[in-house]
Design a protein around this ligand. Sequence first.
Ligand SMILES: Cc1cc2nc3c(=O)[nH]c(=O)nc-3n(C[C@H](O)[C@H](O)[C@H](O)COP(=O)(O)OP(=O)(O)OC[C@H]3O[C@@H](n4cnc5c(N)ncnc54)[C@H](O)[C@@H]3O)c2cc1C
Length: 391
Amino acid sequence: MIRQEPEPLTQNEHHTDIVIIGGGLAGQIAAIACHRYGLRCIVIEKQRHNKDKVCGEGLMPRGLSILQELGLSQLPSIVSALPFRRIRYHYQGDSVCGTLPDEGGLGVRRNELDRDLTQELARYAIEVLTDEMLGLAESEQHVTVTLKSGRRVCAHWLIGADGLKSRTRSLLNLNAPHKSRAPKRFAIRQHRFLTTKQFSQLSREEVHIFVGDGYELYLTPISGERLGIACLLSEGELLKLNGDAEERLLNLCKKLLPWDVSAMRAASKAKSCGPLRQKARSVQSKRCFLVGDAAGYIDAITGEGMSLAIESSVLAVKSICEAQSKRRTLKKESKTLSPYSKRWKKMFLKHKLLTESTVFIFKHATLKRIFFTALKKNPKLLGLTLKFLKS
Ligand SMILES: Cc1cc2nc3c(=O)[nH]c(=O)nc-3n(C[C@H](O)[C@H](O)[C@H](O)COP(=O)(O)OP(=O)(O)OC[C@H]3O[C@@H](n4cnc5c(N)ncnc54)[C@H](O)[C@@H]3O)c2cc1C
C-alpha cells in the first residue's frame, strides 16, 4: 500500500540519495549513471543469480552509443557480442533488408551482459540488496520503501526499474487501464546451437525476422554459435497452441522457418512472458521516476526496449541531479511537466509511432502485403526508418 507520510525510521534501515527498485538492465544502468553523477544509490533486486530475460537480444545502435558514452563498451559481453549490420524481413518466401546506421547493432546474450554489469556495480562499491520491494511511501521530502525481509530504505528519490509488471508503477497508482481494442501480445524465446554450416547459411551480420500470420520469429545470431529465437504472438495464436513454452515455440518455428529447429541442440531453457503492452499514466510522481519497461511498454516488434531502458535510466538520473542542484521538488506532471517527463515523452514518441504502426500493419493481412510490396520496390525505405530510430 502507498501511504502519504512514512513512519519515522528506526532500526534495520538504509539511507541513501536514490533507491533503485530492480537490478535488471535499466536499474543497473541507473546505478552506474548515479555513480557517474556523484549520487549515492542502493539497488533492490529480488533475484539472486542469473537474471535471464525473454528478449530478442539485438542491441540497436542508439543503446550501444549510450553504453559507449558510459564507458561500458569494453565489457566482455559487449566485446564478444556478434555485430549485425542489417535487419532482414522474410515474408511469404520473399525477403527485404535494411542497413542499420553507424556500425550497426550487437547480438548480446542478456545474462552475460547482466553478469558484467553486476561486476561493474561491485567495482564501484554500489550496494545491491537481494530483496523484494513490497511497499512504498512517498512524501514531499523523501521516499521510504519496505522490503520483504522487513528492512526499510529511505531515500530522497526513487527510480522504479522493476520491469514490465512494475510494482512501483502500481503502488504509485500510475497504471493506465488497458484499452480493449489494443491487441494483447505475448512472447516466447529460446537459444539453440547452430552447426557451422547452418551459421554460414544464415548470414551472421543480419537479424532475421520471419513474419507469419499472428506471430513473428526474430532470429539473432549471438556468440558461441548460438541463435536466439524470440517469438512475438497474438493472444489468439497463443491460445491455439498446446504444450510448454518450448513445444509452442518449436511448433511455430516448424510453420515458418526453412530449418528443423527441433534438431538443433537447445542452448537455454525456453521462457515466455506477456502481455507485453503496459501503460503508465505518468512516468513520474513527486519523488519517483519510472524507467525501462516499468515506464510503459508497447511491443518488442522494433527491438528497441534495451535502448529505451538504457536511455531512460540515464535521463532519470540526469533529471534528479539537476533537481538536486536546483534544490527544488519536482512538480506533479498534472501541473507542470518535469524535465524527466518531457524528456521521456520526446524519447518515446518516435518509438511509439513506429511500434504502434508496425503492430497495426502486421495484424492485417492486406496491409502487410502492401507494406512488403512497398519495401521491395523501395529498398532504401527500411534503412531510412532504422536511421530515423537512431537519430
Ligand atoms: C520477446 C522480446 C524480444 C525483445 N527483443 C528485444 C531486442 O531485440 N532488442 C531490445 O533492445 N529489446 C528487446 N526487448 C525488450 C527488452 O528485453 C526490455 O525492454 C528490457 O529488458 C527492459 O529492461 P528493464 O531493466 O526495464 O526490465 P527487466 O530486465 O525486466 O528488469 C526488471 C528487474 O526488476 C526486478 N524486480 C521486479 N520487481 C521487483 C521488486 N518488487 N523488487 C525488487 N526487484 C524487482 C526483476 O527481478 C528484474 O531483474 C524484447 C522483449 C521481448 C519480450
